[in-house]
Write a protein that binds this ligand. Sequence first.
Ligand SMILES: [Zn+2]
Length: 135
Amino acid sequence: MLEEPILVSAVTAYLVLVALLIGSFINLAADRLPRGESVVRPRSHCRSCGRVLDAVDLIPIGGYLIRGGRCASCRASIGISSPAVEALCGAAMLASVAAMGPWRGAALGFAALSMLGGIVLRVALRRAKRGSQPG
Ligand SMILES: [Zn+2]
């Protein structure tokens, strides 16, 4: 049944969407965990002005493009790493599903996402540690 092209396309689109959202969460975790903050509360907000992010801001990659890479109220730069991590996650899932089909591709894709998440978090923690050292 899952060999139907329309179903394969729908499942692929769904898996890529989930991968983009996981990428978005990886960004949140990489931003907050090195500061010892919760990944649950408060709601996502601008680090400069505190504005709570809305639905447009939270669209993976699209939110960054729509807002021109800046906060909608204070115009603070968001940084290219957020959409880059999201794009990498979406591409990893798409490549896995394209290479191995929806089932095994999804398994490989999620494995790739957890590796990516681990790498991004490690880089963020290392940066935070370096930033907090004097000199
Ligand atoms: Zn702002």
